[in-house]
Structure formats: C-alpha cells, structure tokens
Design a protein around this ligand. Sequence first.
Ligand code: HEC
Ligand code: HEC
Length: 253
Amino acid sequence: MPRIRLLLPALALAGSTALAEAPPAKVATCQACHGVAGVSIAPDIPNLAGQKATYLARQLEAFKAGTRKNDLMAAMAAQLSPDDIKALSAYWSSLPPAPADATAMAPHAATVSAMTLPKDFPQAFVEYQRDQDETNKTLTLRYANKLAVDAARAGKPLPEGSVLLTVNYTPQVGTDGRWTPGAVKNYVGMETRAGWGEAIPPLLRNGNWNYGVWSADGTPRLALQQPRCLACHQPKSADSYVFTLAALKGAGR
Ligand code: HEC
Ligand code: HEC
C-alpha cells in the first residue's frame, strides 16, 4: 500500500452523530465529488445536503435512464438499484444544508493518485494513435508501455504495470501542411499497479488504475480531478477501462 494513503483522514465521518440514519454503503462514492457532507467545492457539482429527497431520486432515475445527460453521473447512476436510489436520496436529504460560507471539502481518497510521470518515457513507450484537433491547434499522440501493448495485442486484459500516456503537442506545420509534434502542452496518463485501487470507493474504482495530469515541465496538475477521470472511464471496465483499446490492439501493425 503506498504510504500516502496512510496519511489520509478516515472517511467515515459523514453526517452528524444525531442522525438516526446510518449512511448507505455507496455514500463514500458520492462524497468523492459532492463533498463528505454533501457540500461541493467544484463550481459545476451541485450540493446534495438538505435537498428534497423526491427531487434527488428523480434526478438519479433520469441520469440512469439517460433523459438527464452527464457522463459522470450516468456512470454512477448505472450502478444504483432502485433501493440504492431511495436510500441515498433519503440520506443526502437528511443532512443539514450548506452553511453560506461552506468552502472546504475534506480530502477524499479518490482524489489521491500514486501515479508519477513515467521516467522511462519516451524510450520504453510505443505510439499507438494520433489525433489532429484543428479547432484547438493540438496534436495528440497516445503512447503505451510495452507491457500494455503486448497484452492488448494478445487480447488479454492490461496487467498491473501497464502505463498509458497521452501527450498533447503544439503542432509544427510542414510546408506540405502535415503536422508533426512541436512543444509539449501537457501529459495525461493512467497506470495500474497492485493495491492502487484499494482506497477508491467501489462505484468509482477502476480496478487498480490511478490517473495523472502534468504540465509540460512535469508539474502535477491533477488536483482534485481524479474522481472525474475514474467516473468517466468506469463504464469501460470490460476494456481494461481504456477507451482506445482497439487502437492499442493494432499498435505497430
Ligand atoms: C465523479 C464525480 C461525481 C460522483 C462520484 C457523483 N456525482 Fe453526482 N453529480 C456530479 C456532477 C458533475 C453533477 C452535475 C450534473 C449536471 O451538470 O447535470 C452531479 C449531479 C448529481 C445530482 C443532481 C443534483 C441536482 O441538483 O440536480 C444528484 C442527485 C447526484 N449527482 C447524486 C449523486 C449520488 C447519489 C452519488 C453517489 C452514488 C453521486 N452523485 C456521485 C458528479 C458526481
Ligand atoms: C467525460 C469523460 C472523460 C473524463 C472525465 C476523462 N476521460 Fe480520459 N478519455 C475519455 C475518452 C472518450 C477517451 C478516448 C480518447 C478521446 O476521445 O479523447 C479518453 C482517453 C484517455 C486516455 C488514453 C487511454 C484511453 O482510455 O483511451 C487517458 C490516458 C485518459 N483518458 C486519462 C484521463 C485522465 C487523467 C482524466 C482525468 C483528469 C480523464 N481521462 C478524464 C473520456 C474521459
């Protein structure tokens, strides 16, 4: 177990002791984004504390049915039974609404990543896909380490030790109009290692994958984003949580 996890405070503190209702098991997952007490610090994530239970239940049903669209909540609601929806709506509704000055969200285990920018990049990596984004003037190259490429080619799940790195570049445009990689804009990665998923609550867990984002000079930029990476990649569980698995299977062919 990576040492950093031991420094995290326990997460079992949701709600006040005065509550008759024990938090439903799946609440730990919601807390990764909506805050431990149902008060979120992200501008695009609503508070759940004190909201009307019927309203919360209808929203969860709508995310599940796809009539309300949001990639993150679709992935979460897909894993909720009607009983979960009832219990979670009642629980969040029972918490005191946000005080006007609520800003702090306790650190959540799902926001902590053990991944570092791979030291053996680019030597130990294989490019398996390129995307040219004219609107954002970005050339994206997707790389994987040999372990991941070999497993994908063999049609096997990606084993622990697999590392995928997406690198966004400013393009250099040749006289023929062709794009080649110029300066790095940023790095976006995912890596799986034994034990790395242990602290992540079940609905968000991507096996043992952790995620990372770095600026061009290697400074970590993931901040509190990892629950979003996990939520959006979660529905790809049958593909080792990788969207571009088909391209990876064909790497170097
Ligand atoms: C990965 C982050 C993430 C996780 C984990 C997450 N949510 Fe959300 N949730 C969001 C975002 C983002 C929105 C806003 C969606 C939108 O813009 O439509 C949202 C919206 C909602 C809403 C609608 C609220 C409203 O005011 O309309 C409900 C209800 C909700 N979430 C419940 C839950 C529950 C219950 C869980 C745990 C099982 C959960 N969420 C886990 C990110 C998350
Ligand atoms: C809204 C959904 C969504 C979120 C949130 C998201 N991803 Fe992805 N990710 C994708 C999709 C879709 C692809 C496939 C390539 C593409 O379309 O850009 C992808 C591709 C990737 C890849 C290349 C391997 C693969 O799965 O194909 C990496 C690495 C990656 N994402 C890392 C991250 C990290 C790190 C975060 C969080 C900071 C993140 N992703 C958040 C949807 C998402």
